[in-house]
Design a protein around this ligand. Structure first.
Ligand SMILES: Cc1cc2nc3c(=O)[nH]c(=O)nc-3n(C[C@H](O)[C@H](O)[C@H](O)COP(=O)(O)OP(=O)(O)OC[C@H]3O[C@@H](n4cnc5c(N)ncnc54)[C@H](O)[C@@H]3O)c2cc1C
Ligand SMILES: NC(=O)c1ccc[n+]([C@@H]2O[C@H](COP(=O)([O-])OP(=O)(O)OC[C@H]3O[C@@H](n4cnc5c(N)ncnc54)[C@H](O)[C@@H]3O)[C@@H](O)[C@H]2O)c1
Length: 448
């Protein structure tokens, strides 16, 4: 006979864990299915190992800055294997804490995949049947490759974290978050990086700051080939080559990274058995309450058509659990004004509308305030390292609808300003706030 729960969660990544923990806290009897490592993409092959590598890249740069400041030692290369082990140890600690937390919360964990047998029944990969009136799909996504000749000669972001050495010459195909982040951090660590861009970089970010970032990347030694369509990959002896429609064969490279987006893990769930709808890309279609078209079945995180960000998956899962089991019938995620950072070098942060979006929505009621400077940390050593800030407002009372920062510290700077924007920040509130001096962030309250 099928074992019965209040809630079954498919997937133990950011969204699934958040949903399961919150539901269990409200007293629900929860089953969680996760065939891989607890923590999913973010912890194992996403945000966490990526950010660790980004920190390493920052330290590499600061070694040179330290020499410029007058420190004696010459910059050295990263011991990649030593660092890989440190990083893995840190990740193992997170996984361990999740495993302990699940046990303490009384959540029944199945280290297996699940698929639908009916709208309230899941079959595990071991053949067991589980039943619940509420099921949450949080199965995330996986990296996409192009179906072109030689595509499998290229690796995806998951593979980078398993590398035993830093690739000396790497080509990155794509121009979104992953492409820009890996291009920046690998370059900072000493790889020769070539970026193959089909159209434009980071199209959802403010174009003026993206242009400044692109210039910075070029100045830092990253080769960027724009407006090219990759048509194939091939080997030339030991080397990898990329074929594109403009330049023919490009290379040689030691490694090629596909960074052209991700696809949802919805195709192996037997969704038809439950009647759950997906869109043309395979994303599970949900309403504002994370509900699918089938009663009692919900979806959160990357498997849906929502922004693919860990805090989005977590917030959606928690609010859903609060609604289903916590007596909060109005609890749902507001998807407006989600802040986000590309951990580029330097980082690029956004909350709210870009200037172009603001002009589209608000026409000539838009005002734009800019600041451009070199942060003191770099200026002291006589180095150029531009920071660009932009505050976009609308209307006579200048309601702030967008804040954009490119520069050192942007990743830590924007969170607090995102709170203010969400609360209805006006330009005069910035002016009424006393600056913290000397800092880069002060320029956001002093901006003209
Ligand atoms: C390289 C990289 C860097 C990133 N950096 C950032 C960042 O800096 N900041 C940020 O906010 N976001 C970042 N992201 C995005 C972030 O990782 C995802 O948005 C987040 O992990 C999505 O969580 P999720 O729970 O929807 O899916 P996942 O974390 O992918 O979890 C889904 C889980 O479901 C499991 N699963 C799959 N099929 C089944 C099944 N049939 N049954 C049971 N379980 C199943 C999988 O094994 C997986 O563990 C990054 C992503 C990548 C790839
Ligand atoms: N810092 C962060 O928060 C962070 C970091 C990494 C990833 N992520 C999340 O993970 C998601 C996936 O990252 P991603 O960078 O793979 O996807 P993305 O959607 O950010 O970017 C995909 C890029 O690939 C390009 N592309 C698509 N098809 C192509 C083709 N045929 N040839 C060449 N280029 C092509 C697109 O133009 C785009 O520039 C992101 O959307 C983001 O939500 C977030």
């Amino acid at each position: 006979m099928a074992e019965t729960f209040d809630l079954i969660v498919l997937g133990g990544g950011s969204g699934g864990l958040a949903t399961a923990f919150r539901a269990a806290r409200h007293g629900a009897r929860v089953a969680l299915l996760e065939p891989g490592a607890l923590g999913g993409t973010c912890v194992n092959v996403g945000c966490v190992p990526k950010k660790a590598l980004w920190f390493a890249g920052q330290l590499a740069q600061e070694q040179q800055l330290a020499v410029d400041y007058g420190f004696a030692s010459a910059p050295g290369a990263l011991d990649w294997e030593h660092f890989r082990q440190l990083r893995q140890h840190y990740i193992d600690g997170i996984r361990h804490r999740y495993a302990m937390g699940l046990e303490e919360s009384g959540i029944q964990v199945y280290p297996e995949t699940g698929r639908f047998v009916s709208a309230n029944t899941i079959a595990t990969s071991c053949g067991e049947e589980l039943r619940a009136p509420q099921i949450v799909i949080a199965t995330g996504g996986r990296p996409r490759r192009l179906d072109i000749p030689g595509f499998d000669l290229g690796m995806v972001s998951d593979d980078i974290f398993a590398l035993r050495t830093l690739p000396k010459r790497i080509a990155v195909i794509g121009a979104g978050y992953i492409a820009i982040e890996f291009a920046g951090l690998l370059n900072a660590l000493g790889s020769e990086v070539t970026l193959h861009v089909r159209h434009r970089m980071l199209t959802s970010f403010d174009a003026e700051l993206v242009d400044a970032l692109e210039q910075h990347m070029c100045d830092a030694g990253i080769r960027i080939t724009n407006q090219v369509k990759v048509t194939g990959l091939h080997r030339d002896g030991e080397n990898l080559m990329i074929d594109d429609d403009v330049n023919g064969p490009c290379g040689p490279y030691d490694a090629v990274l596909w960074a052209i987006g991700r696809e949802p893990n919805s195709d192996r769930l037997d969704l038809d058995a439950a009647g759950v709808n997906v869109d043309e890309d395979g994303h599970i279609v949900t309403d504002a309450w994370q509900a699918t078209n089938v009663e009692g079945i919900f979806a959160v995180g990357d498997v849906t058509e929502r922004p693919e960000l860990t805090p989005v998956a977590v917030a959606a899962g928690r609010r859903l659990a609060d609604r289903l089991f916590g007596g909060k019938p109005d609890s749902r995620l507001d998807y407006d004004n989600i802040p986000s950072v590309v951990f580029a070098e330097p980082p690029l942060a956004i909350v709210g509308l870009t200037e172009a979006q603001a002009r589209e929505f608000h026409g000539d009621r838009v005002h734009v305030h800019r600041a451009k400077f070199t942060p003191m940390k770099w200026a002291v050593a006589g180095r150029k390292h531009p920071t660009l800030m932009k505050v976009v407002t609308e209307g006579d009372d200048e309601r702030v609808v967008g804040i954009h920062v490119l520069g050192t510290g942007a990743d830590e700077m924007l969170q607090g300003f995102a709170v203010a924007l969400k609360m209805g920040l006006r330009k005069r509130d910035l002016e009424d706030t006393i600056a913290i001096h000397p800092s880069s962030a002060e320029e956001l309250v002093l901006i003209n």
